[in-house]
Design a protein around this ligand. Structure first.
Ligand SMILES: [Zn+2]
Length: 684
């Protein structure tokens, strides 16, 4: 489970994704940003506005972004650095490594717009011809299988979206940590979630109208006859798919996943020709497949038999065009953006091409870029400092477990066993992936993208036959994010998040613990949130709790869910406390552990007063500022419907559960965020 909003590294997701801008933003230096605060707001009424109000008032959201804040600022900065690394590698010629040269060639091919326009639809034609030639359900199953990629992640990044009929995820078994298995997830929708198809709200109905018009335009651009009828067929098929899909909350229910024998798929999910599909997907060998969404897989398979073959052929064509749009002539790219960027996320303007080029290069050759990034921008001293801080936080968390009054000694022992074996990855992986055998051809933007996707998929498929690697990373070093890997009982803190203002060697303890300390604590506590707490020290889905302990834990979680249910940014839409519970527990427990670690770091001495703020005040302000963010309404709506995280503005208010925050800011019962001591949630 990741710390920030999911930053999908997959090609298709990046094409549709928001963000980025070229504005150079001066980072505030060490310590808190006093200028960005709004001291006219009482901290007890709205802590987010108090910590960030002046910044929010004075900072517009750039036209090419769905939102703006600390993450976007750092991502922009990291992208600029990455650009120069890739360009230098291209210039270095034979002096650069082969993988480094591939990054330069991949990027250059994407940037050569003239070549892309000249080729037009030609590179894409064979793909569309193959779909057009489908004449029976057997060929259909093969075509569906041939499109599958390892493009979802049910527990690490909690990325459940794929435009393919199924998403594949390959990692160790839920009950068998020593072997890797393929996981099968629901997929097939063009819009991000079933709610977009089924919700009765007028806003969603309007989006559906616009989506239908968008599909029709895509068919027109691609030269199809009768685009309106095709669009209707695809929309009807996707709506039927949405009808059998599980909800976002159901997607988080790990106990719904079931291991099915490969041979049982046709019996348990009749409709699709499974042997043909699995063979085309490279999955004809594994004898067991873990089906994450059994009901939806059964429902989707039935649709494959019932819905008209023509609808399926149009659906395949449309999804292929959408995911290739960035590599096709400009008209496709712009139409894709006009729906997924403008309409769905509210972004007025497309990002500069070079930025998208960097993101796509990162998606295709992540470790090749990451290796250069770590060498240039992540010194050994920073790595050592961050590792020391992480180990501090692990100790603080262990002490919190020791002092819990409600937990039995036997559950405590098992919880601490998880901490002892927790594998903390800082900066970059111990072993780099290479790209030997991946062919990157100068001037072949679309071909490069296809080959890179397939190469990444095959690397994942190979894991099925190898020993499980607990050191596998699920984020690249140049990603501004962090992630907990429940099955591996491991954490990844990429190099790009370990930089100011999140983490600053020059800043004082109050700042670093309030910001990066809370992030590290957040990731550690994912091992103990409502999901992570179901996995034992080996990453096995197992019940290691006594019943009384688990009941207490669950009740505390429900109180936190109810707290977040009250946040309502739109009249027709509130934050879903259950859907965001894992993340909210992690925020709360992470903040508490970071506060303990901060206090311990002072060795009993009082912290200095700086800029008129005590150490405790600076700690909490630094936490509030680490959530600094503004977001457009459409993107906020999308985040609430389809995301696993509460919006940043509410995550900053987590402070209201800590007694120390009340003392630091003299918060009184008359303040809006005030909670009576008995209503403050203390999960860990
Ligand atoms: Zn998280």
């Amino acid at each position: 489970m990741s710390h920030r909003k999911e930053t999908a590294w997959l090609l298709a997701a990046i094409l549709a994704a928001a963000s980025a801008c070229t504005t150079t933003e001066s980072h505030h230096n060490a310590d808190i940003d006093v200028v960005g605060m709004d001291k006219s707001v009482a901290p007890g009424d709205d802590f987010n506005a108090y910590a960030n109000g002046a910044w929010m008032k004075s900072t517009p959201i750039p036209a090419d972004k769905s939102g703006y804040g600390i993450d976007a600022i750092l991502t922009d900065e990291t992208r600029k650095r990455t650009l120069s690394l890739i360009q230098d590698a291209a210039k270095a010629g034979a002096a650069a490594t082969e993988d480094a040269r591939k990054t330069g060639d991949f990027y250059a091919a994407f940037m050569d717009e003239a070549a892309i326009e000249r080729k037009g639809m030609a590179p894409f034609k064979p793909q569309l011809d193959a779909f057009a030639a489908i004449a029976d359900r057997h060929t259909l199953a093969r075509a569906i299988g041939g499109q599958l990629r390892a493009d979802v992640d049910a527990l690490n990044s909690t990325n459940f979206e794929t435009g393919n009929l199924f998403g594949i995820w390959i990692t160790q078994g839920l009950e068998d940590p020593s072997h890797a298995y393929p996981y099968l997830l629901q997929g097939g929708l063009g819009m991000p979630d079933r709610e977009y198809y089924l919700s009765q709200s007028p806003q969603m109905a309007e989006l559906r109208k616009r989506y239908l018009a968008h599909i029709e335009r895509m068919f027109s651009l691609a030269g199809f006859t009768d685009p309106a009828a095709r669009a209707q067929r695809v929309f009807a098929l996707e709506t039927a798919m949405a009808g059998v899909h599980g909800t976002r909350v159901q997607s988080e229910a790990v106990h719904s996943a079931v291991p099915w024998k490969r041979a049982d798929l046709p019996l348990k999910a009749p409709g699709l020709e499974w042997p043909a599909l699995l063979e085309a997907a490279g999955l004809s060998v594994p004898s067991v497949i873990i089906v994450w969404h059994p009901k939806a897989v059964t429902g989707l398979s039935a649709l494959a038999a019932k819905q008209p073959l023509d609808a399926w052929k149009d659906w395949l064509a449309l999804h292929a065009v959408e995911s290739a749009a960035a590599f096709l002539p400009k008209a496709f790219d712009e139409e894709h953006f006009s729906f997924f960027g403008k309409t769905l996320s509210g972004i007025p303007q497309m990002r500069p091409r070079w930025q998208r080029g960097i993101d796509l290069t990162n998606a295709a050759l992540g470790d090749a870029v990451g290796r250069m990034y770590a060498e240039h921008y992540f010194p050994a001293a920073t790595k050592a400092k961050a590792e020391a801080m992480a180990s501090d936080l692990v100790k603080a968390f262990a002490r919190r477990i020791d002092s819990l009054t409600w937990m039995s000694p036997e559950t405590k022992l098992k919880a601490k066993a998880k901490l002892v074996t927790l594998k903390v990855g800082v900066g970059y992986p111990d072993r780099w992936r290479d790209y030997a055998g991946l062919e990157i051809v100068k001037g072949d933007a679309l071909g490069n993208a296809y080959r890179a996707e397939l190469y990444a998929y095959r690397r994942q498929l190979d894991k099925i036959h190898q020993p499980v690697d607990r050191g596998e990373w699920w984020m690249t070093p140049q990603t501004v994010n962090a992630v907990n890997l429940p099955l591996q009982n491991a954490l990844n803190f990429p190099a790009a998040i370990l930089q100011p203002p999140y983490f600053d060697g020059q800043a004082d303890a109050a700042h670093n613990y309030g910001s990066m300390g809370a992030t590290i604590g957040h990731e550690i506590s994912h091992s103990f949130d409502d999901q992570g707490s179901q996995f034992d020290a080996d990453g096995r889905l197992a019940n290691w709790w006594t019943k009384a302990d688990f009941d207490h834990f669950r009740a505390a979680g429900q109180a936190l869910a109810a707290q977040f249910d009250t946040y309502r940014p739109f009249p027709d839409l509130a934050v879903n406390g259950q859907q965001t519970l894992s993340e909210n527990i992690a925020d709360l427990a992470g903040l508490m552990a970071a506060y303990d670690a901060y206090v311990l770091s002072l060795n009993g001495k009082p912290d200095a007063v700086k800029d008129g703020f005590t150490g405790d005040q600076r700690f909490f302000i630094s936490f509030g500022q680490s959530w600094r963010s503004k977001v457009r309404d459409a993107a906020l709506r999308l985040e609430i419907v389809a995301g696993g995280h509460a919006p940043e503005q509410y995550r900053a208010q987590t402070v209201r559960n800590l007694d120390a925050w009340y003392a630091a800011f003299s918060v009184q019962p008359s303040h809006k965020l005030f909670l009576a001591p008995g209503s403050r949630v203390h999960v860990w």
